[in-house]
Design a protein around this ligand. Sequence first.
Ligand code: BDR
Ligand code: CA
Length: 308
Amino acid sequence: KIPLLIDTDPGVDDALALLMAFADPAHEVVGLSIAAGNVGLAHTVANALKLCEVAAVEVPVFAGCPVPLVHAAADAAYVHGRDGFGDTGYLPATRRAEAEHAALAIVRLSHEHAGRLRLVTLGPLTNLALALRLDPALPSRIARLVVMGGAVTGRGNTSIPAEFNIGFDPEAAHIVFESFAHFDLVDWEAVLRHGLSQAEFGRWLTAGDRRARFYAAISRQNRDWSSDRRGTQWLAADALAMAQALDPAGALECEERRVHVELEGRLSRGATVVDWDRRHGHPPNARILLRYDQSRFEAQVRRALGAG
Ligand code: BDR
Ligand code: CA
């Protein structure tokens, strides 16, 4: 099986992505390194542990950085609930997080699975940036990196041009984007093109197993919030990134370009600046996903919920 390490800040859409990874027969999830982002670290760690319990998997969970590298940032509790999992008051998992810090775990696992490890990031890039500062040779041991983040033509979801994961910790994103020669980028604008039908998703939740029942509860607030704003489409950003990570053959259209992160600016801090017309001499670092096979994406989501 292909070893997969997931850096994540669960988070309602993170949770769906994690269930997809756990359910994939070709990959073995070797660790969850946990970031602060959607909500504070205590909640994102507790949510990861709970999800492992619900999915009946024994994946080690590593707590990471509680704050961004340089500037404080606002969370996304208004989207995910105060506890990040829709405020259902679930009973906490019995298992605890490992003692090892997430950044150290990333470095260690990259040695243990050198040349084979796939890494997917579903949250702010603080842990990975720290790991890169601990060990700048890290990228040479990672077989593939998939990042959920950015807004490649400036249509963000946090500030006008910034997407949440990059906007939360732009310095960390800058370190990651400058350190990896190649990575897959699944940005917010791709997510906008790959909504899931609320009605169909509701049917999968009803048809599925205990994972679907748990997911129905923790995603309810988020789905309601979303139908008020986006009507019939529900967006699961991290799930699309996970589809691309698990089944890259589902990518129908990609563009390779240099992507930079804006660290300053009155309106643009945290924006991803894409050199679409190759104005600067820098080689491309990102393979930007433009279109993914929707039916392959949906098949992965259904399997993750035990609905088909
Ligand atoms: C990203 O921000 C978070 O709120 C989601 O979990 C996702 O990772 C989407 O912009
Ligand atoms: Ca996330």
